[in-house]
Design a protein around this ligand. Sequence first.
Ligand code: TYD
Ligand code: MG
Length: 457
Amino acid sequence: MAKVQRGYRCSACGAESAAHAGRCPRCEAWNTLEPFQRAPGVGGLARAGDPDAEPGRILSLRDVPDDPGARLLTGIPEFDRVLGGGIVPGSLVLVGGEPGIGKSTLMLQAAARLAGAGVTVAYVCGEESPRQVRLRATRLGVEGSAVALVPEANLDAALAAAGELGASVLIIDSIQSVYVAGLESRAGGPAQLAEAGARLVGWAKEREIATIVTGHVTKGGEIAGPRLLEHLVDAVLYFESAESGFLRVLRAVKNRFGATDEVGVFEMTGEGLRSVESPSAAFLEAAGTTASGCAVTAIIEGSRPLAIEIQALAVPSHLAAPRRIASGLEVARLHLLLAVLARRGGLFAANLDVVATVSGGLRLRDPSADLAVVAALASAIQDRELEPGTAFLGEVALSGAIRPVQQAQRRLAELARLGLRHCLVPPGTAPVEGLRLLPVGNVREALRVALPQGRPG
Ligand code: TYD
Ligand code: MG
């Protein structure tokens, strides 16, 4: 529906129309159309609660408050972190993930915490009966919570119910289980998702109600579905399982109110999701570091350093063009580092299939882990373990030179905190307490230190 500058707006669903009618053309509620006027160009910026947000008044950019409003804390540290420090009122957040990953569990835990803090929460359980939700609540130990369950699959009816309750937070679990009346398309179909998304954005902004919707995505996330909503919503968080099975990583892939590379780490327990306080330790523990081809490094994810393990495997290939498989890093980077290793380190993988992965399902976003990848590859090619307790930090240039990385001190401090004892670093790296730094100028030097000749493999 096109934005009109002046006209009538439905107080139930937020639909706008140029002409007055007794019945809303969209949600078909009676006598809900009210006159409104929008200032050209700023309608989307002005928000209820802003001192200058009267409709029709043009705001100077510098007068618009930069504070998006007091955030609501869910009290689940890892969830709040990924949201950018809590939920912004009026924002629409999509939490996507495969079925069974733990979306409903996270939603119910957050809802119960918020309700416990006196926030009115409406939980639209389109997917399950209230009895099923109650069963989960009992398992989570929050059955006494004041969360308002709305067992309603009709989106407009659900919104009306939430409005009536005076909810400040609305949870819709899941977007595929609700439908917009009057559309031909089936619930969960593209037309339904697009329309439901558009209504929710308007509704959340209009009423300053923080709205979280869950959405199922299939493995790989390729199937059209919640991805259709990504451009509409303020934040997109994806829930994934890390390799060990019970670790869950919640990743912000879009966030208008926070960092997009932020991750939250949870453990799925018998009593719901538990925030993992030291994800580094969990990732290293899950990886288990006593095998050839494994090298530890520290990356920066969002606002914090995380220790991770690079794992590489190299086996004789029967193919004319041996395989190169990379997960968590670009395959082009793997090719490049193998080339550097061959030319500058004298280690060839031309007749080996090579696989390289990053622990915890994380992704390398910058070259700071190059040295760790090179060490893991060298260790895999020679099938010899790297010295236990040793970490690697540094970018590798085509010349084989080891280059400094950003925020080296924070990374090194995290490695020291986790009990690593040595770290190969670029020359000139400032010392850090608790970690012995081994400066290496180039790949050949790094290999001499990490895989000394004569040490049994
Ligand atoms: P669920 O939140 O229903 O996943 P989603 O909404 O993403 O489909 O989580 C379902 C899985 O989590 C299910 O396999 C059971 C498991 N689980 C636990 O291990 N512990 C718990 O406390 C709960 C509530 C679920
Ligand atoms: Mg669910």
